[in-house]
Ligand binder design. Structure first.
Ligand code: DI6
Ligand code: FE
Length: 407
């Protein structure tokens, strides 16, 4: 029954893509079973070798369906006011993303709409977007601030993000992104914005328990690496992990800077060079690939997937759901784009939306199906895991299991 779970359950007759490293392609176990107890996986393996202690548990026959770890969207800006359909039209008439930003559009226009919204309105407008993700088997979402650019609105965004967990069965990890853009009132005074607004707002948000990580946008139209560095120093002082929008439109050495602070992830990375990739490898920093922004901006330089493979940098995938450069709420479509546009394999795409996305958020209890992990699972009307990245605009989700509870 939806929403109701017995504390002990045995899922049977399923194909399991556990995504556990070192267990073959997709960690695939055909004709598998999964024992769930108290919200966690108690055991998983071949259906013919279920240990006796689980055989008496309430059984559910999944009729040969595919089970994967629930998906994780590890980079979103899903809380915001307004939308940017007008800017979409402008860009189609030839204006570039940077031109729109410099003309007072872009991020700064979303800032006005976000400042004009109440916390409740921010929550209400985010929930349908969250629902679209959940409908595709997502169990955890990272949500950034960064459209407030003043302390009150940055905190309101983070509170709205936290409130999502109370309204939907999903885990939310927040990132403070005060260093996202320079607001109009600080135009030409980026350093003063960092010192007067961004860092004090971070301290305030952290004191309220609203911050799980600290992010920034290192780019010519946003902040230089020396400015990001000051924000990261504060994050280090507060004991908060960092991540960074880096090398999206140009190479300012953001990935190296992020790696030097042991960043969980560096994100976008179309313009990263091999030295940046090596720095990420040395710091175990995850590369978060965002094909939705690449596609929306009609970018032509693809992130260097071959270099990430060569240096064994884990690749995650995310929607980057935001009103400007990626108005996208489909992680399955993201997986498809990563394969078609960047030649990632369907297995890399699924790892990117599960195991590696968990790493990018510092979550160690989810992202693979294994005894002791949370029972966050997606059940699909599919036989082969490659089907998940292969389809375009079709949702094969059968059901989602969140901490052991069928949704
Ligand atoms: N990079 C992005 O792709 C988004 N933020 C960022 O730092 C874009 C945000 C927006 O255009 O509203
Ligand atoms: Fe982003």
């Amino acid at each position: 029954m939806p929403g109701v779970s017995s504390p002990q359950k045995l899922l049977t007759n399923l194909n399991l893509a556990s995504m556990t490293p070192g267990t073959g392609a997709y960690g695939l176990v055909e004709d598998a079973a999964i024992a769930i107890e108290a919200g966690q996986v108690a055991w998983c393996g071949g259906g013919g070798s279920v240990p006796a202690q689980y055989k008496g548990w309430q059984q559910e026959d999944l009729a040969g369906r595919l089970v994967t770890p629930a998906l994780i969207d590890c980079h979103t800006h899903i809380v915001y006011g307004g939308n940017r359909a007008r800017e979409f039209e402008m860009r189609l008439q030839g204006a570039t993303y940077e031109e729109v930003a410099r003309a007072g559009g872009g991020i700064v226009s979303t800032v006005s709409a976000t400042r004009g919204a109440t916390e409740q309105e921010l929550l209400n407008s985010a929930l349908p977007r969250v629902d679209a993700l959940l409908a595709e088997g997502v169990s955890a979402i990272e949500i950034k601030s960064g459209y407030g650019l003043d302390a009150d609105t940055e905190l309101a965004m983070l509170r709205a993000a936290r409130a999502i967990e109370k309204h939907r069965p999903v885990r939310v990890k927040t990132s403070f992104l005060g260093a996202h853009a320079v607001p109009a009132e600080y135009s030409g005074k980026a350093d003063a914005y960092i010192d007067d607004i961004c860092i004090p707002a971070l301290e305030k948000a952290h004191a309220e328990g609203l911050v799980d990580a600290v992010d920034g946008f290192c780019e010519g139209i946003a902040f230089m690496s020396a400015q990001i560095e000051r924000v990261f120093e504060k994050a280090d002082e507060l004991g908060l992990p960092v991540k960074l929008h880096a090398e999206q439109l140009s190479n300012l050495g953001g990935a190296k800077l992020a790696a030097s602070h042991g960043a969980l992830s560096a994100d976008h990375l179309e313009y990263i060079d091999e030295a940046g990739v090596k720095a990420m490898a040395d710091a175990d920093t995850v590369a978060v690939i965002l094909p939705g922004a690449f596609y929306t901006l009609r970018e032509t330089q693809a992130p260097p997937i071959e270099l990430f493979r060569k240096h064994k940098v884990a690749m995650a995938l995310a929607t980057d759901c935001n009103p400007g450069s990626s108005p996208m709420t489909s992680l399955l479509l993201t997986m498809n784009m990563a394969c078609t546009l960047f030649r990632m394999t369907p297995e890399e795409a699924l790892a990117g939306a599960t195991r590696n996305a968990a790493m990018a958020l510092g979550l160690t209890d989810t992202g693979i199906v294994e005894a002791g992990k949370r029972a966050d699972l997606a059940v699909w009307n599919a036989g082969n895991p490659a089907e998940l990245a292969y389809r375009i605009g079709f949702n094969p989700l059968h059901s989602r299991i969140f901490a052991g509870v069928a949704q």
